[in-house]
Design a protein around this ligand. Structure first.
Ligand SMILES: Cc1ncc(COP(=O)(O)O)c(C=O)c1O
Length: 477
């Protein structure tokens, strides 16, 4: 029982025996969580923390949903474990819900292969793309994030997401030697607030005679320059999670059209945006202007609302036909785990039955309007972008000039003191008000609660943000 837990002992073991992310052992302070509830993490002393980053933007249905918990318990009574060559009712049903119920009307989706995580879904997607096309290279974008494993981390371009190590005392930064960046082509990101090809949105829409966004034009030129004959696919997040970029609406349709022109596959990494984060079932549906039909999508996080880890790759009918015609020597022990599949069935049914995706879109309209009020009020808020329960907030020293607090912005490796970053400041101030906020890059807040957050909790988060941004305003010019 939790009330018998010796939390001092837990904290001691936690500090002594674990390798922790993002901090040195000296910097580490354990944050014990006794249980979760709705949008809250509850500490052993009863402190309730409102989770505005939904853990890693992944508990879409909210914490401790009884329907999902009961389904897991029932599955545990039936199954210990069977691996992926056996069929279970749960696994078959998740695949059917994904291909038929969620994507059937669009007509492109063929079949599903399950995985254990988002990063693994990206690995599998790129393997399929390479096998199907017989080509090696994958085009990716600046500030992208796709996971921690070999190919996935090789596709990551957000500097802080490359599994590197850093240390402030001697400014050490070491990227992983030999990490597989090899067969990737790095293209510009649609970061309109700080355009890396030197344009300004929306004027950039008429910069080129054919109406292509300059970032898309450059992407195409980079791929053509490499040689289309060697390029299997372009991968993109519909909105960038870790890099925290909400692209303009033209970006995804134009990237899609580019892939059709070049005859390469389009992989949409829906690991973070899938299952309602942007107020549509999949992020490409929000960002794609109704015309994007991906060749492959990758999912994880929201598939089970993270009640148990599971991911999947959904491939087009054409790719499914090809993969069905061959023997594929590729399996992972836990993929399609019956307990995870039971969680996925229950989670998807819960999202459908309660119309949670549409409700997330409405919540986003309210939350976005409140964020825009903060933008008006605070000197430090340069830009707000987002939909549903995913929001990008750019913090700047000077609104007019867009001068950032941390010059390297998304190209920082976190080698200097994280406490000096505006995001860290906002985070600490919000914590004083019992609100947890996130941000993976130093000048940008990344905000997104569960899709079931109450209006009262949204207001509470906005009040905490208002308080925190006032402190950042004092650092503005
Ligand atoms: C877009 C995207 N792809 C892949 C991943 C990796 O997923 P996982 O951490 O489950 O391996 C993430 C994680 O945040 C992500 O945001």
């Amino acid at each position: 029982m939790s009330n018998k837990t010796d939390w001092n002992q837990v904290n001691e073991w936690d500090s002594k025996y674990l390798l922790h992310p993002f901090v040195t052992a000296e910097e580490y302070k354990s944050c014990p969580i006794e249980r979760t509830e709705g949008d809250y993490l509850i500490m052993p002393d009863g402190t309730r923390l409102l989770d505005m980053f939904n853990q890693l933007y992944c508990v879409n249905s909210g914490q401790n949903v009884p329907e999902i918990q009961n389904a897991i318990k029932e599955a545990l009574d039936r199954y210990g474990f069977v691996w992926d060559i056996y069929s279970t009712d749960y696994k078959a049903e998740v695949a059917k819900i994904l291909v038929e119920d969620l994507l059937g009307e669009e007509g492109w989706a063929g079949k599903v292969r399950f995985t254990n995580s988002g990063g693994e879904s990206v690995e599998v997607a790129t393997i399929i793309a390479r096998l199907f096309t017989g080509k090696e290279f994958i085009a990716t974008r600046e500030h992208s994030y796709h996971g921690i494993s070999g190919v996935a981390v090789g596709l990551n371009r957000v500097y802080a997401g490359r599994s590197h190590i850093s240390r402030e005392s001697d400014k050490l930064v070491k990227q992983v030697p030999g990490q597989g960046y090899g067969a990737t082509i790095k293209c510009p990101a649609p970061l309109c607030y700080r355009c890396s090809v030197g344009h300004t949105y929306p004027e950039c829409k008429s910069a080129l005679p054919d109406g292509k966004l300059p970032c898309v034009h450059t992407t195409e030129m980079f791929i053509r320059n490499h040689g289309v004959d060697q390029v299997a696919a372009m991968i993109t997040e519909p909105a960038f999670g870790a890099g925290t970029i909400v692209p303009p609406m033209e970006y995804l349709p134009q990237i899609y059209q580019m892939t059709r022109r070049l005859g390469i596959l389009m992989i949409v990494d829906e690991v973070l945006m899938g299952f309602g984060r942007l107020g549509t079932w999949f992020g490409y549906q929000k960002m794609g202007g109704g015309e994007v039909k991906p060749d492959i999508i990758t999912v994880a996080k929201g598939l089970t609302s993270s009640s148990i880890g599971a991911g999947a790759v959904i491939v087009s009918k054409e790719i499914a036909k090809f993969m069905d015609s061959v023997r594929w020597n590729h399996v992972s022990t836990f993929s399609g785990h019956p307990i995870a599949m039971a969680a996925a069935v229950a989670n998807l049914k819960y999202l459908i039955k309660n119309d949670i995706i549409n409700k997330a879109a409405e919540k986003g309209e309210y939350f976005g309007s409140k964020l825009r009020e903060l933008q008006e009020k605070h000197k430090c808020v340069g830009f707000i972008g987002g939909y549903g329960m995913f929001w990008q907030v750019e913090l700047v020293k000077n609104k007019e000039t867009k001068e950032p607090f941390v010059e390297a912005d998304r190209n920082t490796a976190f080698a200097d003191n994280p406490a000096s970053k505006p995001v860290a400041m906002v985070l600490n101030k919000c914590l004083e008000k019992g609100v947890l906020l996130g941000g993976f890059v130093p000048n940008t807040l990344r905000i997104g609660a569960s899709l079931t957050i109450s209006r009262e909790d949204m207001d509470k988060a906005i009040d905490a943000l208002d308080y925190a941004l006032s402190a950042v305003d004092e650092m503005c010019e």
